[in-house]
Design a protein around this ligand. Structure first.
Ligand SMILES: C[S@@+](CC[C@H](N)C(=O)[O-])C[C@H]1O[C@@H](n2cnc3c(N)ncnc32)[C@H](O)[C@@H]1O
Length: 307
C-alpha cells in the first residue's frame, strides 16, 4: 500500500527485489515520492518530470538508514561537547551533528517522559514552561490538550535543537508555543506572567548550576503549581529509607559514563527537589541504552507542588 514519503525511510527503487523480499516474509512499505526528489534512484525508463512513481522500500533498507542515523548520533556522543569556553558553546557543539537524528535515538534512551507529562496534566488555560526543551518532542506528548493551553514556552540554549523545535512548531501548526533561546538559570517569562507547570526533562543533569535552574523555576512557578523533572540519577551513599541505593561501583560508573557528554547525574538533585516542594509523584526506575541491553541507567520521575 502506498505510504507518504518520509525522509527517515531507506529507499530502494527496485520493486521486483522488494516484491521478492516481501514474498520471503520481510517487511516492506511503499512510498509515493516526487520523481525529482534527489534521494530517489530513478528506474531506467525516466517518468515525466513532476509525475509520481511508487518506490518500494525494503525493511532492510529502512533499517540500514536508521542504523546510519544512530551511528552518527553515537559518534557525536563519543566525541562529546568539545572544549568551547561557554556552556552554550558546548551544547551547540554537542548537538550540531546529531540534531536530525536526536528524537529517534532519544525516544529509546530518555525514558519516563510520557510518565512525566501524564502526571503534570496541565488543565486548559495553563501556562507551561519546559526548561532545556531541546527539539520540542515532549510537547507532542500533551496531545490535543496542547492547543488548550494559554501559552507554552520552550527554553533552551542549543541552537541546532531549537531549529528542530521551530520546524516542528511550523509543521504541527502550534500557535501558542514560544521557542526561546535562553538559559534555564535566569530566563523569566515575558511580563512576569504566572506559570502553572514547569518541567525539566533530562536537562537538569546538563545544567552545571542545576540548583540555580531549580530555584529559578520555583521563583517563576505560581503557588500551587507543579514542578516536574525526569533525569538520570545516582543515589547517595546512604539514601533515605525506601529509596533506591546504588553501590559505589555503579555510582562511579554512571558518573564517568555520562560525564563524557556533559551529563552529571548528582545524588543531590532529587533530595533538593523533594526539600523545596511538596512531593506528589516519585518513581525511581532503570532505563535502557540502545544497542547495549546489559546497561540499565537509573533514572527518576518527580513531580512536586510549590506550597
Ligand atoms: C538531553 S537534552 C533533553 C532535551 C529535551 N528536554 C528532551 O527531553 O528531549 C538536554 C537539553 O538541555 C539543554 N540545556 C543544557 N543547559 C541548559 C541551560 N543552562 N539552559 C537551557 N537549556 C539547557 C541542552 O541544550 C539540551 O537541549
Amino acid at each position: 500500500m502506498a505510504r507518504k514519503f518520509s525522509t527517515d525511510a531507506g529507499l530502494a527503487s527496485n520493486p521486483p527485489a522488494a516484491h521478492q523480499a516481501a514474498r520471503r516474509g520481510r517487511p516492506r512499505v511503499a512510498a509515493d515520492v516526487a520523481v525529482n526528489d534527489p534521494r530517489v534512484c530513478l528506474p531506467r525508463k525516466k517518468p515525466a518530470p513532476g509525475s509520481h512513481i511508487t518506490v518500494w522500500v525494503t525493511g532492510r533498507a529502512r533499517a540500514e538508514t536508521m542504523a546510519r542515523g544512530d551511528l552518527r548520533t553515537i559518534l557525536a556522543m563519543l566525541r562529546g561537547p568539545g572544549s568551547a569556553a561557554s556552556h552554550a558553546g558546548r551544547m551547540e557543539a554537542l548537538y550540531r551533528s546529531q540534531a536530525d537524528g536526536y528524537d529517534r535515538f532519544r525516544e529509546r534512551f530518555l525514558l519516563g517522559r510520557d510518565e512525566l507529562v501524564l502526571h503534570l496534566a496541565p488543565p486548559p488555560g495553563s501556562t507551561v514552561v519546559e526548561m532545556g526543551g531541546g527539539t520540542g518532542r515532549n510537547l507532542e506528548r500533551f496531545g490535543d490538550a496542547l492547543e488548550s493551553f494559554r501559552a507554552v514556552h520552550l527554553v533552551d540554549l542549543s541552537r541546532p535543537l531549537l531549529e528542530v523545535a521551530r520546524e516542528r512548531r511550523r509543521r504541527l501548526g502550534w500557535r501558542n508555543v514560544e521557542i526561546v533561546e535562553g538559559d534555564a538559570t535566569s530566563w523569566r517569562p515575558p511580563g512576569g506572567e504566572p506559570v502553572d507547570r514547569i518541567y525539566f526533562s533530562y536537562s537538569l543533569t546538563m545544567i552545571p548550576d542545576w540548583f540555580r535552574a531549580a530555584d529559578n523555576a520555583l521563583a517563576i512557578l505560581r503557588p500551587g503549581g507543579l514542578l516536574g523533572a525526569v533525569d538520570f540519577h545516582i543515589s547517595r551513599k546512604r539514601p533515605a529509607p525506601g529509596r533506591a541505593r546504588h553501590g559505589m561501583l555503579a555510582r562511579l560508573f554512571w558518573a564517568a559514563w555520562f560525564g563524557r557528554d556533559d551529563v552529571f547525574p548528582s545524588p543531590d538533585i532529587l533530595p533538593y527537589l523533594e526539600a523545596r516542594t511538596e512531593p506528589v509523584h516519585l518513581a525511581e526506575r532503570r532505563g535502557r541504552i540502545p544497542y547495549l541491553p546489559f546497561l540499565r541507567p537509573p533514572y527518576f520521575v518527580f513531580i512536586g507542588r510549590k506550597s
